[in-house]
Design a protein around this ligand. Structure first.
Ligand code: PHE
Length: 343
């Protein structure tokens, strides 16, 4: 008993001298003396060895000791709060903050959104299809039977030969998807990525983006096609841009036409982008071939329609003067951050 009291006195002296100048040091004091396996708990444990007649007096000693240790802990904590507060005083609150930069949309996304919203105002809905397609949806249904020479127009990436699985070469494959699942009247645009086995250069890439349009109803004529595309060009590029249609060939449209707009880079004077012609092709189009409609059980004597497919990269090039297709997929922030603020 006497020994124990002496021991507690020793502890008190030892504790009185403890210094803690950091939050970590205060915490280790707490663990060492007040923690669940700390000194205070150990000393308290001695109670059971004390004879009954001394328990009351020893209880008082223990309680004093507990208060002593807790006071010391509070003092240490207090002096540390003080040191933090003085550190805070040295902060200059008038310094400008550091800004977290906001990300930007990819230019192709910006242009795709613009195109989609223009056609939305004309009542077109959005349709999508898979990037991995079968031969039928990409070619067969679009009136390109096997051994059709027009298949060579697009160098296809095949994933599997028999049955043929491939990366879609155009968004016209989504026409097939829509025609097999919807009945006329149909009015859709289909934005998406397409793939062709081309050597990558400033002018060609092995993947790019298209937006397909499909409009099927009774009495749809080539005049509707032209008017729709005129409207689109004026909304997209402004009223001063000139438009021309050139006869062309696609197996899934008849008649077919490609549409050019006057070159926005040189204003029609001639430059690299328009190959010194003053005109730039932006899309292929035509009246949906009756064979395509019949492939999906749509009566081609009752319904007619038009379709078009435009290249998003090309339109983006004209809009933002991007002169190298590769820039779109290199993830160079010096390129990408130039589009900050655009929606
Ligand atoms: N699918 C054609 C292409 O990729 C474009 C097109 C679509 C032409 C619809 C006519 C009608 O070149």
């Amino acid at each position: 008993m006497e020994q124990l009291l002496q021991q507690i006195e020793k502890y008190k002296q030892e504790i009185a001298e403890v210094k803690a100048e950091t939050i970590e040091a205060v915490e280790s004091f707490r663990i060492q003396y007040l923690g669940t396996k700390g000194l205070l708990k150990t000393v308290m444990g001695e109670m059971k060895n004390v004879p009954n007649e001394h328990k009351r007096a020893f209880g008082q000693v223990l309680n004093d000791f507990k208060v002593f240790v807790e006071n010391k802990f509070n003092d240490l904590q207090q002096s540390n709060v003080g040191s933090e507060a003085s550190a805070e005083k040295s902060i200059d609150w008038s310094l400008p903050g550091s800004f977290a930069p906001v990300g930007t949309r990819h230019p192709l996304t910006i242009v795709r959104n613009q195109i989609v919203s223009i056609f939305k105002t004309l009542g077109f809905a959005i349709a999508e299809g898979p990037e991995i397609e079968d031969d039928w949806h990409n070619f067969g249904a679009m009136n390109l039977p096997e051994d059709h020479p027009a298949r060579d127009m697009q160098d296809t990436f095949y994933i599997n030969q028999n049955p043929a699985w491939l990366l879609r070469t155009h968004t016209s494959s989504v026409q097939s998807r829509v025609l097999e699942s919807q009945k006329p009247p149909i009015r859709v645009i289909c934005p998406g990525r397409v793939y062709r086995n081309e050597t990558i250069s400033a002018r060609a890439h092995c993947f790019f983006h298209q937006i397909e349009g499909l409009y099927i109803d009774e009495n749809v004529s080539f005049a509707d096609l032209k008017q729709t595309l005129y409207f689109f060009v004026q909304e997209m590029f402004g009223k001063d841009v000139k438009v021309r249609f050139r006869p062309s060939y696609f197996p899934f449209t008849e008649p077919s036409a490609e549409m050019d707009i006057s070159c926005l880079i040189c204003g029609g004077d001639g430059c690299n982008v328009c190959k010194h012609t003053g005109w730039v092709e932006i899309l292929g189009s035509g009246m949906v071939h009756p064979k395509v409609l019949e492939n999906f059980g749509i009566d081609s004597t009752k319904y007619t329609g038009f379709a078009f497919g435009m290249g998003v990269e090309r339109i983006c090039q004209l809009k933002y003067r991007v002169n190298d297709l590769r820039l779109y997929s290199q993830n160079d922030v010096r390129f990408l951050k130039q589009f900050t603020g655009a929606v």
